[in-house]
Design a protein around this ligand. Structure first.
Ligand SMILES: Nc1ncnc2c1ncn2[C@@H]1O[C@H](COP(=O)(O)OP(=O)(O)OP(=O)(O)O)[C@@H](O)[C@H]1O
Ligand SMILES: [Mg+2]
Length: 188
């Protein structure tokens, strides 16, 4: 995977991609909430790769949450790092599967008649991208209550890049083609 680190306002990167799926999420009867401690935090990251991370986490949250559920994306400023939480009120993940779901092709319900489609690659890709940012991803979950994916990214800056790309990231439209690919398995 080729990474392209530049300085971006991580808050707009995460907010834009979250809002880009709002209509779809709400069409499923699920409420989507975005909240943030801060309006701006410039960090070195690969914005396109992080969009994929967010789309994967959001598409999972939608797949495994029933109508009337809530999905919340919250950004916390931890000073040296930034914490992005994607929380849902869905099915939850069994204790013994919490580590395993980050492996390739691993799904809690791998049976052919399972309700949700997908290959099980999503989270292994998410984990690789997060690790290439020197970050961490963990999950907290309770069966029938929901799951929270916590993504921590170090707040470092790219030395060579004095120009801030937050503006561009903030105004550019999220990649619609990629969004429909990521969500292809759940579009009814
Ligand atoms: N928010 C969530 N709530 C409940 N279970 C989840 C959630 N996110 C992931 N999982 C479990 O982890 C498994 C692996 O997720 P992953 O995103 O890697 O694969 P997938 O969504 O099944 O397929 P793909 O992402 O390749 O379309 C899922 O099949 C599901 O069992
Ligand atoms: Mg997935």
């Amino acid at each position: 995977m080729k990474m392209q680190f530049k300085n971006y306002n991580i808050v707009s990167v995460v907010e834009d991609i979250t809002l880009s799926v709002a209509e779809y999420v709400e069409s499923k009867g699920i409420k989507l909430i975005f909240d943030t401690d801060i309006e701006e935090k410039i960090i070195a990251c690969d914005a396109e790769k992080l969009e994929r991370v967010m789309l994967n986490l959001l598409s999972n949250a939608v797949k495994f949450t029933e109508p009337d559920g809530i999905i919340k994306v919250h950004i916390h400023d931890e000073g040296e790092s930034i914490l992005i939480c994607v929380k849902d009120t869905g099915l939850g993940i069994p204790q013994d599967m919490k580590e395993k779901i980050f492996d390739r092709f691993r799904q809690v319900d791998a049976s052919l008649h399972r309700k949700a489609e997908g290959s099980g690659i999503g989270l292994s890709l998410v984990k690789s991208i997060v690790e290439l940012h020197k970050g961490f991803i963990t999950v907290e979950s309770e069966i029938a209550k929901g799951s929270t994916f916590l993504l921590e990214l170090p707040a470092t800056l790219e030395d060579e890049e004095l120009h801030v790309h937050g503006e561009i990231a903030a105004t550019s439209q999220p990649n619609v083609e990629r969004i429909s690919i990521e969500f292809s398995d759940i579009y009814a």
